[in-house]
Write a protein that binds this ligand. Structure first.
Ligand code: BG6
Length: 476
C-alpha cells in the first residue's frame, strides 16, 4: 500500500456510558442509558452501565495504551449528566474536571481529541420531567449544555461531533431513548424526536463556529449503503427509497438544509411526518456542518414491498447466533430490507462489506463535496483471553485491513478523508449485546456477570494496528 496523507488522523472511538462506568460517582447524575442498561441487565443478563469498562478510573492507563499504539486521535463522548447531573442548572465541577484531565492527558501524548457532544445518554431528570427528546424543551436544554461544554473545552478541542447516529435512534428508539409507554403506539414520535435533534444539531454547529477559533463540527451518522436485491427495476427503486429514508433523510438536512422530498412524501402518506414549527427550517439551514463523521459497519439490501405489508423498523439479534435477527425493516409500498446472499456476516448478522465503505465514501463525496471521517468501524466478536494473556483476533485484523484499503482507494480517487477511528478503542458495553460481543483493540477483562478488575490486555489486532499507524498505512 502507498502511504496515507501525513495529516491523516489514526485512532479509535468509545462513548461515555459504554466505557466510563462510575455512573453515580463524583456527583454524576443518572442518564437514560443507566436505566436502559439496568433493564437489559434484568431482562437479558447483560452488564449494566454502572462500571462498564471502568475507564473513569483507568483513563491514564488507557491513554498510555493509545500512545503505545501510535494514536494521533481519539474520539469519545461527554456524559451530559456528569456535567449537569440534572440536565441543566448546577454544574458538577468534578465532572468538568474529569474531561479536562482526559483531554490534557491526550494532548500531552500528542493525541487529538474528537469530541462527541451527545451519544444516547440524556440525563434521566429530563426524561422524568418532560419525556426527554419527545418534548421540544429538550432543544433549549441541549443548547445550554452544548454552549457550556463548547466554551469550557474550546481551547483544547478542534473537532466536534454533535449527536451520534440520529438515524439509528429513529430505528431503535426504545434502546437509545427511554420512551414512556404512551408514545409507543405512534411511530410518528420517532421522526418528531429526530426533528428536535436536527434543531439541536444546527444549534451546536453554530455554537462551535461562534466559540471555537478554527473549530470544525459535523454529525456522526450510522450509515449503511443500500443495494438492490436483484436487477429487477422494482428492487432498484426499493433500494433508492431505502437509501432516501434511512440515509439521505439525515444527510440532506445537514448538507442541504432540507428534508429529502421523497422520504418526506412517504412519511406524510403514512402519517409519520414530524411537525415542523415556523422558523425551524431557517434554524436548520443556518447550522453548517464542516464534515461528516461516518459510523460504518455494514451494507444493507432492499427489495420491493407491496402496500399490504406491515410497517416495521429494524430488528435485532440478541443471541449472537447467525440468522436470529427478529425481523426486517419494512415500509409498505416503499421498500423492505432483506439478506444480501453475496456477503458473509458476523455472528450477529451484520454483513461484512469493505467495498461498501468505498462505495459510501465516493457516493457521499459526490453528493456533498465535504470531508469525511470514519468515527466507527469494527467487528463485534466473542474474543477469547488465553491462559497466557493473549487475544488472537485475526478476524478483526482481516476486517480492519480490508476497510483501511477501501478508505485508501477512496482517497486515491479524490475523496477527502480526515480520520480513521474504528470502534472501539477498548472493549465496551455493546448497546445490544453487553460484553458477550466485543469490539475493542484492547481487551477488558470482565464479563456480563463478573466485573473482576477490568484489567487491560492488548489484542493481536492492537499490535497489528500499531504497525499500520506507524507506517502511515503502508504496512497492512
Ligand atoms: C453504533 C453506536 O451504532 O454501533 C455504538 O454508535 C455501538 O454506540 C456500535 O456500540 C455497535 O453496536 P452494538 O449494538 O453492537 O453495540
Amino acid at each position: 500500500m502507498s502511504r496515507f496523507p501525513d495529516d491523516f488522523l489514526w485512532g479509535a472511538s468509545t462513548s461515555a456510558y459504554q466505557c466510563e462506568g462510575a455512573s453515580l460517582e463524583d456527583g454524576k447524575g443518572l442518564s437514560q442509558q443507566d436505566v436502559i442498561n439496568k433493564q437489559n441487565h434484568d431482562i437479558y443478563g447483560f452488564a449494566d452501565a454502572s462500571v462498564a469498562s471502568d475507564h473513569y478510573h483507568h483513563y491514564k492507563e488507557d491513554i498510555k495504551l493509545m500512545k503505545e499504539m501510535g494514536f494521533t486521535a481519539y474520539r469519545f463522548s461527554l456524559s451530559w449528566s456528569r456535567i449537569f447531573p440534572k440536565g441543566r442548572g448546577e454544574v458538577n465541577q468534578k465532572g468538568v474536571a474529569f474531561y479536562h484531565n482526559l483531554i490534557d492527558e491526550l494532548k500531552k501524548n500528542g493525541i487529538e481529541p474528537i469530541v462527541t457532544i451527545y451519544h444516547y445518554d440524556l440525563p434521566l431528570q429530563l426524561v422524568e420531567e418532560y419525556d426527554g427528546w419527545l418534548n421540544r424543551k429538550v432543544v433549549d436544554d441541549f443548547a445550554n449544555y452544548a454552549r457550556f461544554v463548547i466554551n469550557e473545552y474550546k481551547d483544547k478541542v478542534k473537532y466536534w461531533t454533535t449527536i451520534n447516529e440520529q438515524g439509528i435512534i429513529v430505528q431503535y428508539w426504545t434502546k437509545k431513548c427511554l420512551i414512556k409507554d404512551k408514545y409507543l403506539k405512534d411511530d410518528r414520535w420517532r421522526y418528531q424526536l429526530n426533528h428536535y435533534m436536527n434543531l439541536a444539531h444546527a444549534i451546536a454547529c453554530n455554537l462551535v463556529h461562534e466559540i471555537v477559533p478554527g473549530g470544525l463540527v459535523g454529525s456522526a451518522t450510522g450509515y449503511s449503503p443500500v443495494y438492490a436485491h436483484s436487477s429487477k427495476p422494482e428492487d432498484a427503486l426499493a433500494a433508492l427509497h431505502a437509501n432516501e429514508l434511512r440515509n439521505l433523510y439525515y444527510t440532506d438536512i445537514w448538507f442541504k438544509g432540507i428534508y429529502n422530498e421523497n422520504a418526506m412524501a412517504y412519511l406524510k402518506s403514512r402519517g409519520l411526518a414530524p411537525e415542523i414549527a415556523e422558523g425551524d427550517m431557517e434554524l436548520i439551514k443556518s447550522g453548517k456542518s464542516d464534515f461528516l463523521a461516518l459510523n460504518y459497519y455494514r451494507s444493507d439490501c432492499a427489495e420491493y414491498a407491496s402496500n399490504n405489508e406491515n410497517e416495521r423498523f429494524m430488528g435485532v439479534n440478541l443471541t449472537g447466533e447467525k440468522g436470529k435477527t427478529d425481523g426486517e425493516e419494512t415500509h409498505p409500498g416503499f421498500y423492505k430490507m432483506c439478506k444480501n446472499e453475496s456477503l458473509d456476516t458476523t455472528e450477529w448478522d451484520w454483513s461484512i462489506d469493505p467495498i461498501g465503505l468505498e462505495y459510501t465514501l465516493k457516493d457521499l463525496y459526490d453528493r456533498y463535496r465535504i470531508p469525511l471521517m470514519i468515527t466507527e468501524n469494527g467487528i463485534g466478536a466473542r474474543d477469547i483471553l488465553t491462559n497466557d494473556g493473549k487475544i488472537h483476533d485475526q478476524y478483526r485484523i482481516d476486517y480492519m485491513k480490508e476497510h483501511i484499503k477501501a478508505i485508501k482507494r477512496a482517497i486515491d480517487s479524490g475523496v477527502k478523508v480526515l480520520a480513521y477511528c474504528p470502534w472501539s478503542m477498548m472493549d465496551i458495553l455493546s448497546t445490544t449485546n453487553g460484553y458477550s460481543k466485543r469490539y475493542g483493540l484492547i481487551y477488558v477483562d470482565r464479563t456480563d456477570k463478573d466485573i473482576k478488575e477490568c484489567k487491560r490486555y492488548r489484542k493481536d489486532s492492537s499490535y497489528w494496528y500499531e504497525k499500520v499507524i506507524k507506517s502511515k498505512g503502508e504496512e497492512l
